[in-house]
Design a protein around this ligand. Structure first.
Ligand SMILES: NC(=O)c1ccc[n+]([C@@H]2O[C@H](COP(=O)([O-])OP(=O)(O)OC[C@H]3O[C@@H](n4cnc5c(N)ncnc54)[C@H](O)[C@@H]3O)[C@@H](O)[C@H]2O)c1
Length: 263
């Protein structure tokens, strides 16, 4: 497929946290669908590496940014526009981190880090990138939330709070940008095999994949294909909502053994 073909042909997309895991998979699928992609990550080395790798498939450029720095985020919007000769039509707020420890052991820094990266950074990016979408009457904002947006998870209280907030941000922004040709949606991933989850994935005692209705861990590409859909014209009537991509994990909640006893 060339840049003139594909569901995202002619679009410029920025993917925060695009250098690793699901973000990297989103960058790859977007390029395959004809988008020109800005890989925006605080890990510049990894972003440059991915941009080089994707060069044979299409156009991808690396940008260094810390999404918790609003000045840097505003500068990023200008840099992307200058580099591609066009503003970003699509913003994927994907950068995220997770601290795993009991809530009463969360330090001030732990709390602020969870909220600033997983929630405030998404707001900063939306505020920087959405005005150009509104001006031109076409745009897509996709916030990467989590199954932790819906259910409590042990030792992740601040992460759950931030990810629940991401759904509120999604709905509130969708309303404010209504009738402007811009849609704002969220994707809630389940257990995806990325560096964020390396420890759990390598745990031989527990298999998170087996807890899903599909019976496997998710891959970054599962998230990327959902992002392609929401970013495309196919999803023009989908707004302010959340697409859960978790292999049915949230829907499968049942008491221990309950599902097995009905198998
Ligand atoms: N992996 C999962 O199972 C899972 C489940 C639910 C939600 N998520 C969410 O999916 C998103 C992607 O996670 P992943 O698993 O691919 O993680 P990952 O650790 O592989 O990648 C995260 C990327 O974000 C970048 N990043 C972190 N802080 C940043 C900042 N301040 N500014 C710019 N870039 C920053 C990192 O450098 C990294 O490249 C996150 O929002 C995460 O919370 C992941």
């Amino acid at each position: 497929m060339t840049a003139t073909q594909g569901k995202l042909a002619g679009k410029v997309a920025v993917v925060t946290g695009g250098a690793s895991g699901s973000g990297a998979a989103i960058c790859r699928e977007f390029v395959l669908q004809g988008a020109r992609v800005a890989i925006a990550d605080r890990n510049q080395e990894a972003a440059v590496r991915l941009a080089t790798e994707l060069a044979e498939l299409g156009e991808a450029r690396a940008f260094a940014v810390d999404i918790t720095d609003s000045t840097a985020v505003n500068a990023l919007a200008a840099e992307v526009r200058a580099a591609f000769g066009h503003h970003a039509d699509i913003l994927v707020n994907n950068a995220g981190v997770r601290i795993v420890k009991p809530v009463l052991e969360h330090t001030d820094d732990d709390w602020h880090k969870m909220i600033s990266i997983n929630l405030t950074g998404h707001f900063f990016c939306t505020r920087a990138f959405a005005p150009a979408m509104v001006d031109t009457g076409w745009g897509r904002v996709i916030n990467i939330a989590s199954i932790a947006s819906f259910v409590g998870r042990p030792d992740r209280a601040a992460y759950c709070a931030a990810k629940s907030g991401a759904l509120g941000l999604t709905r509130g922004t969708a309303i404010d940008l209504r009738h402007r040709g811009v849609t704002v949606n969220a994707i809630a991933p389940g257990s995806i095999a990325t560096p964020l989850n390396a420890e759990a994935k390598n745990d031989t005692d527990v298999d998170w994949g087996a807890e899903t209705l599909v019976g496997r861990w998710g891959e970054g590409r599962d998230i990327a294909l959902a992002a392609v859909y929401l970013a495309s014209d196919d999803a023009s009537y989908v707004n302010g909502t959340t697409l859960t991509v978790d292999g049915g994990w949230v829907s499968a909640k049942a008491r221990d053994g309950e599902i097995a006893s009905h198998a």
